[in-house]
Write a protein that binds this ligand. Structure first.
Ligand SMILES: [Zn+2]
Length: 255
């Protein structure tokens, strides 16, 4: 591919950023503008930045790939709004406990998180949360905000190493409003999927107590408001995702 072609998604995004910058100057919030950006543009920019977290992707046995798909397909797609974005879930061979989403709907769970999880419902809770960051365009909003800073300019003008972008998305912070929105979106999705939200509640509670607290749970709503949300979206008749034996096999995805 020629350089000219490779640069075009960013050129498209540059105009969007100028428009959003003007909106910001005039005191409008940028969120509605970001949400109006076509998904295809986000996908193109993601393609332009390169495949960031493919280096350490766990391949998984054919059986475990089916089990991963079993969790993902319970959560997505669930309604016609889901056709407005796409998701692609992978497990990366990293011992830290983390989950993160990148531009274009790529969601990564770490081996450390999978090993720490106590049920497939906990994994589903984390995935549903990340899916809401994708669908509400939180990653794109954070990315655009970052590009409008001096750090962002340096990042774009420097050598475009995919490692740099991986680290950026891995450590990306969200606002408390965005985290609350993602928690609520996750709980709605779990309810619609007939998946028990006890896994969601237990995983985040356990992680809070853990000393190695990860960035992805650092700015979540207070315990009280999360508990109220969990109650509000409680599932009356949850259906299990997989058997105990399947879960034990799935936890060894990266081995
Ligand atoms: Zn989050």
């Amino acid at each position: 591919m020629e350089d000219k072609d490779k640069a075009s998604p960013l050129k498209g995004l540059a105009w969007v950023i100028v428009a959003i910058g003007i909106a910001a100057v005039f005191g409008f919030g940028i969120t509605p503008f970001v949400r109006a950006i076509p998904w295809s543009l986000e996908k193109n920019v993601s393609g332009f930045l390169g495949s960031t977290s493919t280096v350490n992707v766990c391949q998984g046995s054919p059986k475990n790939k089916i089990l991963l798909n079993q969790i993902v397909s319970r959560l997505y797609p669930l309604d016609h709004d889901d056709s407005r974005f796409s998701v692609n879930v992978q497990i990366v061979n990293n011992p830290t406990i983390n989950a993160f989403a990148e531009l274009g709907g790529k969601i990564s769970l770490t081996r450390g998180l999978l090993e720490k999880a106590q049920s497939p419902e906990e994994i589903a809770g984390v995935l549903a949360h990340e899916m809401t960051h994708v669908s509400r365009r939180h990653i794109l909003e954070g990315f655009i905000t970052h590009l409008m800073t001096w750090g962002g300019v340096q990042m774009i003008s420097g050598s475009s190493s995919s490692m740099r972008w991986t680290n950026y998305f891995l450590n990306m912070g969200f606002t408390r409003t965005q985290e609350t929105e993602s928690d609520e979106g996750a709980l709605r999705r779990l309810q619609k999927a007939h998946i028990s939200n006890d896994g969601f509640k237990e995983f985040f509670e356990r992680m809070k107590e853990s000393t190695s607290i990860s960035a992805f749970i650092s700015d979540h709503p207070s315990d009280q408001s999360r508990l109220e949300m969990v109650e509000k979206y409680r599932n009356e008749e949850p259906k299990p995702i997989m058997t105990k034996d399947e879960w034990m096999a799935f936890k060894a995805y990266c081995q």
